[in-house]
Structures are given as structure tokens and as C-alpha cells.
Write a protein that binds this ligand. Structure first.
Ligand SMILES: Cc1cc2nc3c(=O)[nH]c(=O)nc-3n(C[C@H](O)[C@H](O)[C@H](O)COP(=O)(O)O)c2cc1C
Ligand code: SF4
Length: 370
């Protein structure tokens, strides 16, 4: 049976099933997940976060950020279909090397958020790669469009991410549950802004869960959806078995937005409240140690030395080590941190990507509670 959803067209590429699998760092969406989604007609996305360490460990050969990104994107594309990468602005130190590695490997898309990707088009000519910012408001979109106009580039599409998403959220903590910030209410002004700056596709994300949700958002004017949590507990996701199990067990009341202690990136961050790294931070148990450095910011001398989790974990957990542990990088040394979207409480089993994509494309009946 064919999908009944209309295709998504980005930079002249026709994506048969209008679903982008959201980038999930650290190490949750790697090439096995991305290539499986690409094969089923969606867009598979690897996360750039900490790829140098993850790929070096997997291959037993030292990879720098550029090489690791090139390798991961190439593998994600190797089984056919469309695949790309999510590169977070908050990963300042490695941002340019990640972008260059992805472009040189021929990524179909680069999706970039957790901050405003104001200089993305200036790094290197993107050729066939679509550049897709993530925004949470029409205002943020306008800022990006104005800056990119000066660089002679227009977004090839945008992801509008609402407050129910997993990972970092583009909202202040007290704005998360405001009626005006519901995804369906954010969409019309963002769609208008996209029309004003060139009528590029708008892809919605955050809380999209069923085939019916997808149909509803497409009817409201979205051109596609991006989904993370539904792909987190698939067979092909690289989350550890403990992480997938925590997702399956999570109830509504277990899923919280961490603020204090919170992410050193300064954005609200959704987690399962029993995550060992979060609990340790709450109980002041972890002795602070900065040995990964992915979210460091520059100091007055231009050196990457600043992170609020460096000297104390009372207000900020060590996100690099917590998320690396959830991806099985260093589970014996560090406790894991489980980030999820609000809908993790609805996930009750591990599915293959094929089964999930068939369901989401409307080819089969739903297998999970809706
Ligand atoms: C485990 C997990 C990790 C995530 N990591 C990232 C990330 O590294 N960068 C990013 O831009 N978004 C990240 N996200 C957000 C997703 O890409 C996606 O937009 C969002 O989760 C959509 O909402 P949903 O989970 O309700 O489908 C993450 C989400 C999850 C669940
Ligand atoms: S303190 Fe932790 S979170 Fe901050 S940069 Fe260092 S390793 Fe990363």
C-alpha cells in the first residue's frame, strides 16, 4: 500500500514520506537509524554531537570531528534515500568542522538549532545540501532570514519546533505551557513569515506522534513533520537498552523540564526525572570534572574554557558525560542522562523502523496507543 501523505519537496528533492527523523544527540541517531529511515522514504538524520569520540570508539581508529562527520553522513546515505545531519549551534567549538564534513560528504540536509544558526550559509557553499534552521517563533525566523539575506542565501526549509519536543527547548521555562506557544498556534505566523521570505517548506516538530497527527498538521499548512521520540526506542536507534527501557517505563509524571539543575547550554532540557546523572546533580553527588568540552564557550582570550558545569554540578549537570553515557560511550565511568519528548510516556514497545514508518505513513494500522 502506498503512503497517503503528500511528498515533501526540499531543494528539488522529492521525499516520498514527509517525515524527517529528528537528530538525537548524543549518539542516539547515528547511521543505523538514519539509513533505515532514509530507506523507508523519509529523511534520516544523524546527530553531530560528540561524533569524533563515538566514531573513534566504534572503528578503533582516531577520527577528528571533520572525518567522523564525513564518515557518519556517508554511511547514513549508503543504503539510498535522503539523509543528513543535525548540528547544534550550542556546540560552538566543533560547529564549522561538523558543517564542512557534512557538506563534503554530500549530506542532503543540514538541520541546525539549539541557538540561531546565523552564519551557517557563510561557512562553505552548500551546493545540493539544503540548509534548514530550527526555530520556535516567527520572530526567530525573521532574524535568520534577514541575516541570511545579507549572505545571499534563503532557508531551503525550516523546522518549527514547539515546546513538547525532546532535548533542548527554544522557550523560557515559564513560556513552555502557554496556549500561544502550542505548536498549532505557532504554525500560522511562522507559515506567514516563510511566505514573506520565499515560501519555503515549514516542517513542524514537538509532540507529533501518530499518523492522524501528521495528517492534521499537513491540513493546517505544514509541509512535513520532524519526529524524535518515536524513533528513540526503535531497534535501529543507538540508545542503550537501559535508555530504551527507561522510555518504555516512563509515565507522564516522570517527564520533566530540567532547569535547576539544568543544561549548561542555558536552555530548558526535557529529561526523565529518574535519570541517574540528573538525580546525582540534584543530590549534589557528582564531583565536577570537565574532560569532554563539547559545550565550552570562549573566554576573554578567545580560548574555549567556559562551561557552568565545570566547577559545580549543583545548578548544571555535565551534559557531555551524561549523554555520552546514554550512548554507551563511557557507562562504567559516568551516569546516563535520558532526554525525551513529552510523548515518551506513550511509547510502550520497541519497534523496527520499517514497522514504525509503515504505521506513520498510513500503510498499516497503529500499533501503539494513540
Ligand atoms: C533523545 C533526543 C535527543 C535529541 N537531541 C537533539 C539534538 O541533538 N539536536 C536537536 O536539534 N534536537 C534534538 N532533539 C529534538 C528532536 O530532533 C526533535 O525535533 C524533537 O524531539 C521532536 O519532538 P518529539 O520528540 O515529540 O517527536 C532530541 C530529541 C530527543 C527525543
Ligand atoms: S563541564 Fe561537562 S558539560 Fe561542560 S564542557 Fe565540560 S564535559 Fe561538557
Amino acid at each position: 500500500m502506498e503512503s497517503s501523505l503528500s511528498p515533501l519537496i526540499i531543494k528539488d528533492k522529492k521525499i516520498t514520506v514527509p517525515i524527517i527523523q529528528g537528530g538525537m544527540g548524543v549518539g542516539v541517531s547515528l547511521y543505523p537509524l538514519a539509513s533505515a529511515v532514509a530507506k523507508e522514504g523519509g529523511v534520516g538524520i544523524v546527530s553531530s554531537a560528540c561524533l569524533d569520540r563515538l566514531v573513534s570508539k566504534r572503528t578503533g581508529k582516531k577520527h577528528n570531528t571533520y572525518d567522523a562527520t564525513y564518515e557518519e553522513v556517508s554511511l547514513a546515505k549508503s543504503s539510498g534515500g535522503f539523509a543528513g545531519i543535525n548540528i547544534m549551534v550550542a556546540l560552538v567549538r566543533d560547529y564549522e568542522a561538523s558543517v564542512k564534513g557534512a557538506l563534503d560528504a554530500g549530506a542532503d540536509v543540514i538541520i541546525s538549532g539549539a541557538g540561531l544558526p546565523l552564519s551557517l550559509p557563510a561557512i562553505q557553499p552548500p551546493k545540493d545540501t539544503a540548509l534548514i534552521p530550527i526555530v520556535s517563533s516567527a520572530r526567530a525566523l525573521e532574524l535568520i532570514c534577514k541575516k541570511w539575506e545579507r549572505l545571499g542565501y534563503r532557508p531551503d526549509a525550516i523546522v518549527l519546533e514547539g515546546p513538547l519536543a525532546g532535548g533542548h527547548l527554544g522557550f523560557k521555562i515559564d513560556q513552555i505551557y502557554m496556549e500561544s506557544n502550542k505548536l498549532e498556534n505557532l504554525l500560522p505566523p511562522v507559515k506567514d513569515m516563510a511566505k514573506k521570505y520565499g515560501d519555503f517548506p515549514v516542517i513542524v516538530a514537538g509532540g507529533v506522534y501518530t499518523y492522524d497527527d501528521i495528517v492534521m498538521f499537513l491540513k493546517m499548512g505544514a509541509d512535513g513533520v520532524q519526529m524524535g521520540t518515536r524513533f528513540l526506542a526503535t531497534e535501529e536507534s543507538s540508545a542503550t537498552p537501559d535508555y530504551k527501557n527507561a522510555v518504555i517505563m516512563a509515565k507522564d509524571e516522570d517527564i520533566i523540564v530540567a532547569d535547576r539543575p539544568g543544561s549548561p547550554c542555558g536552555l530548558p532540557f526535557r529529561v526523565i526525572k529518574q535519570s541517574p546523572m540528573y538525580v546525582s546533580s540534584l543530590n549534589k553527588l557528582r564531583k565536577p570534572k570537565c574532560d569532554k568540552g563539547y559545550v565550552l564557550l570562549k573566554d576573554a582570550e578567545g580560548k574555549f574554557t567556559r562551561c557552568p558545569a565545570k566547577d559545580s554540578n549543583e545548578n548544571h549537570f555535565c551534559i557531555c558525560n551524561g549523554l555520552l553515557s546514554s550512548a554507551n560511550y563511557n557507562p562504567d565511568m559516568e551516569e546516563p542522562l535520558f532526554t525525551v519528548g513529552t510523548n515518551a510516556s506513550r511509547v510502550d514497545r520497541i519497534l523496527s523502523v520499517k514497522t514504525l514508518m509503515d504505521e506513520l505513513a498510513g500503510k498499516t494500522l497503529a500499533l501503539v496507543s494513540s
